[in-house]
Design a protein around this ligand. Structure first.
Ligand code: SF4
Length: 80
């Protein structure tokens, strides 16, 4: 059976970093991280990391930026 939990939870700031324990953390978890493939496929963090192998820690799952915009910024900042 498909796991409902995102495979990136261990290293994700939502669970183990700067986004842990904020007001919205539980909402994010429910909506994105623990909602199966459909949930994580809406998560900007997951989509960026799937494409380029990582995602800046301050990007929210529901970031207004597009995946391409986030990746462009990472390139500009020398992150990738
Ligand atoms: S925020 Fe996104 S990448 Fe992080 S655990 Fe949740 S679904 Fe996965």
């Amino acid at each position: 059976m498909e796991s409902l939990e995102c495979p990136k939870t261990e290293k994700c700031p939502i669970f183990n970093g700067i986004l842990k324990g904020t007001t919205y953390t539980e909402v994010y978890k429910k909506q994105f991280c623990l909602a199966g493939e459909a949930g994580r496929n809406k998560c900007k963090r997951f989509l960026v990391a799937t494409k380029v192998g990582k995602c800046p820690p301050n990007i929210l799952p529901n970031s207004m930026k597009s995946v391409d915009e986030i990746i462009e910024e990472m390139k500009k900042n020398g992150d990738i």
